[in-house]
Design a protein around this ligand. Structure first.
Ligand code: ADP
Ligand code: MG
Ligand code: MG
Length: 196
């Protein structure tokens, strides 16, 4: 995720310049770089504890609207895993549903409001469907990643109803939401790493 946000920093910043304040790439790259530094100095005992560390680090370093929202997503995903030391497909689906519910509870955006929820909600739904169909961890993440990428692209014709982009009203139409795009990048990097 750190490599992905660093690699796509310019693209995310460009998207945020179009309908926001142009800091989304910088915000995320800074946050996930800080996560790497934190992880280098400690060895969390469980995947849930890793996600919790990611959450607190993002909350204290990303800032803006996306910091607390992404932090909540990772916090809820981490809690949903409890003390488990191994993760399977259904647990990933549960974690993504928990992340989505956390972001919706915190930011009050619904699908169609042109936010990161438009990537996260379809990702959680696709993950659940894949898990119910018997997909393993790699399959569930691949389904989530694909749905998030499609969901992010589908934000372009929408008018923003939450966040900074909503100030633009109709002028927000015709641009992909940066937070939806970054959410898709994050899930894509997870899916790719799981498949390796
Ligand atoms: P800021 O807008 O404060 O500069 P960022 O640029 O880092 O913060 O993040 C902007 C992204 O945050 C948006 O593209 C959108 O996806 C997401 N966002 C903003 N408000 C909300 C909200 N209420 N619910 C969900 N996501 C939101
Ligand atoms: Mg911004
Ligand atoms: Mg900002």
């Amino acid at each position: 995720m750190a490599a992905t946000t660093a690699g796509h920093k310019a693209e995310l910043t460009r998207l945020d310049r179009e309908i926001g304040d142009g800091d989304h790439g910088e915000n995320l790259a800074r946050g996930f770089h800080a996560v790497l530094a934190k992880l280098a100095g400690t060895e969390p005992a469980t995947p849930g504890a890793v996600l919790q560390l990611v959450a607190t680090t993002l909350i204290s370093t990303v800032g803006g609207a996306s910091g607390p929202l992404l932090g909540t997503a990772f916090l809820r995903a981490g809690s949903s895993l409890g003390g488990a030391t191994e993760i399977d497909g259904p647990m990933v689906a549960t974690a993504l549903e928990a992340a989505r519910d956390g972001v919706v509870a915190r930011g009050k955006a619904e699908p169609g409001d042109k936010t990161m929820v438009d990537a996260l909600a379809p990702a959680a739904a696709a993950a659940r469907a894949a898990a119910d169909g018997g997909a393993d961890l790699v399959g569930v993440l691949a389904a989530a990643s694909e749905a998030a990428t499609a969901g992010a692209a589908a934000t372009s014709p929408l008018q923003a109803r939450k966040g900074r982009a909503s100030y633009l009203g109709e002028r927000s139409v015709g641009h992909v939401d940066p937070g939806a795009r970054s959410t898709a990048f994050l899930l894509e990097s997870l899916a790719r790493r799981a498949a390796e």
